[in-house]
Design a protein around this ligand. Structure first.
Ligand SMILES: Nc1nc2c(ncn2[C@@H]2O[C@H](COP(=O)(O)OP(=O)(O)O[C@H]3O[C@H](CO)[C@@H](O)[C@H](O)[C@@H]3O)[C@@H](O)[C@H]2O)c(=O)[nH]1
Ligand SMILES: [Mg+2]
Length: 218
């Protein structure tokens, strides 16, 4: 028995070595082998596939992919007061790669786990920012790092108000989360992209969407 293959791992997963073998959407691609390189909190695979190029030649290629499941994120805004509600938390991968203290300012976000995107983002907005989200606006679905990471992130926006800030937020302590809640003027948040104080992709995308086509457009 191998954990994650035929015996559930710590997150209940099996069949981790079979993902991709049944793909049929692209007739130029035929997956021939999947190797589970590492299976920890997330999963690293090395996949071998035959690739038919534009000249008609077939080559065998390998790609490593990091699979952490899919995620969702949300911009919470108050259009009347021109504010947004963001989180700040320690992100080790950013810290180890040059961010001065690893304290990243982000839109609320989380992994879907077994939920659909809308359910997951309502859960995360409550856990992280203490907001009980009403009507949701779907913005777009994005592959954030398609050369190596499988993750697709579902983007949303929703209004918030004092009345919808129903709990303290702050994250789930048992999961090691410690999240500060930041309420910022929208124009200040945009300025923080320019000077690097906001350096998270999903957050920049949602703030720029809000300025271009969302609640602060025009
Ligand atoms: N023990 C352990 N815990 C981990 C590990 N990696 C993450 N965690 C924990 O797993 C939980 C994940 O929290 P979520 O809120 O569900 O996810 P997220 O990390 O905020 O992810 C969101 O932001 C990412 C970065 O922008 C997105 O990539 C992702 O899709 C999502 O939107 C956190 O408590 C985190 O500490 C690990 O390697 N080991
Ligand atoms: Mg999160």
């Amino acid at each position: 028995m191998t954990v994650g293959v035929d015996e559930p791992d710590q997150r209940g997963r099996i069949g981790l070595d079979r993902v991709g073998l049944d793909l049929t959407g692209n007739p130029r691609v035929r997956v021939t082998a999947v190797e589970l390189v590492a299976s920890g909190w997330h999963v690293l695979r090395r996949t071998t596939f035959d690739y038919l190029d534009a000249n008609g030649a077939v080559s065998s290629q390998q790609r490593e992919t990091y699979d952490r499941g899919n995620g969702a994120t949300i911009l919470l805004y108050d259009a009347a007061r021109r504010t947004v509600l963001l989180s700040r938390q320690f992100r080790f991968p950013a810290y180890v790669n040059g961010h001065p203290d690893g304290m990243l300012i982000e839109t609320a976000a989380g992994l879907l786990d077994d939920d659909d995107p809308a359910t997951a983002i309502r859960r995360e907005a409550g856990e992280e920012l203490g907001v009980d989200v009403g009507e949701l606006q779907h913005v777009f679905d994005v592959f954030m790092s398609p050369g190596s990471v499988t993750e697709k992130v579902h983007f949303f926006a929703a209004p918030y108000s004092d009345a919808s800030r129903t709990s303290g937020g702050g994250g789930v302590a048992e999961e090691g989360e410690e999240i500060d809640i930041l309420e910022l003027q929208f124009d200040e948040a945009l300025g923080m992209i320019d000077d690097g104080r906001i350096a998270d992709a999903k957050t920049i995308m949602l703030l720029q969407w809000a300025a271009l086509r969302g609640p602060f457009a025009g």
